[in-house]
Ligand binder design. Structure first.
Ligand code: SAH
Length: 246
């Protein structure tokens, strides 16, 4: 068979063009607009009608499609909804990721702990504006995949560990902020211990398969704690070594 050499170049150009478009910048911008609008709508309840610029900028930057399974690796990745990531777990809704990041009140010098790495997306959003993110995932395949994704995308300021986040990560404590992205029935005591005075723990608390309360637990300079309810939410349950899928 003789192949026409002249069709090769246009084909190559078409491939390059679609490659450039597959950055999904437009879809990401649309997602950001939806998050901004939802923040305004829920502002009276959350007390945060407008998220900080650094949070919005992070959403605008992190390629969410790189964190989801192949089947959703298109415009679907930028819908304002959670998506399945395997092992019965989900990547949180972008609005919730933004809200939790805003509630953490972190800055360029902050060292943050996340419990529930999942896809690694929340860790990447945090990593855009803090010094270092330590993140723990109890489901090994998820943790491994997230670590690879974060490394591939150049997030050298994120450390992933496989294990039960209940105990926190004492070697790097205390933390300026701790984010928990699975819901325990009560706040794990070790996480309060590993919070710096002046630090903030952002955590959904409540029973499995019921509406939970997204809470901010602040540790005051004198070591007291103050808890504020922010929003009713639904997160996947906080697992232990026995209940986690392998
Ligand atoms: N932050 C994630 C959301 C993942 S869903 C993201 O951006 O994609 C919550 C994750 O918490 C799940 O992957 C689940 O396996 C994990 N998880 C549940 N209990 C845990 C525990 N005790 N320690 C660490 N991770 C836990």
């Amino acid at each position: 068979m003789h192949r026409n050499p002249y069709i090769a170049l246009p084909l190559l150009l078409a491939t390059l063009q679609s490659g450039a478009q597959s950055d999904f910048a437009e879809e990401r911008e649309f997602m950001v607009e939806q998050v901004v609008r939802l923040a305004e709508l829920t502002g009276a309840e959350t007390g945060r009608p407008q998220f900080k610029d650094q949070v919005i900028e992070a959403l605008r930057t992190v390629p969410r499609h790189e964190f989801v399974p192949e089947a959703f690796r298109g415009a679907d990745a930028y819908r304002n909804s959670p998506l399945p990531i395997g092992s019965g777990q989900t990547i949180s809704q972008p609005y919730i990721v933004a809200l939790m990041t805003d509630l953490a009140e972190v800055g360029p010098d902050s060292v943050v702990l996340e419990i529930g790495t999942g896809s690694g997306y929340q860790a990447a959003v945090l990593a855009e504006s803090v010094d270092h993110v330590y993140t723990i995932e109890i489901v090994e395949p998820l943790g491994r995949r997230a670590a690879l994704t974060l490394e591939r995308l150049g997030y050298s300021n994120v450390s992933v560990r496989i294990g039960d986040g209940y105990q926190g990560w004492p070697e790097y404590a205390p933390f300026d902020a701790i984010l928990v992205t699975a819901a325990p029935e009560a706040v794990p005591e070790p996480l309060i211990t590993q919070l710096k005075p002046g630090g903030r723990l952002v955590i959904p608390v409540g029973p499995e398969n019921e509406v939970q309360s997204l809470q901010v637990l602040e540790k005051t300079e004198d070591g007291q704690t103050r808890v504020t309810h922010v929003l009713p939410v639904r997160f996947v349950p906080f697992l232990d070594e026995d209940s986690a899928p392998r």
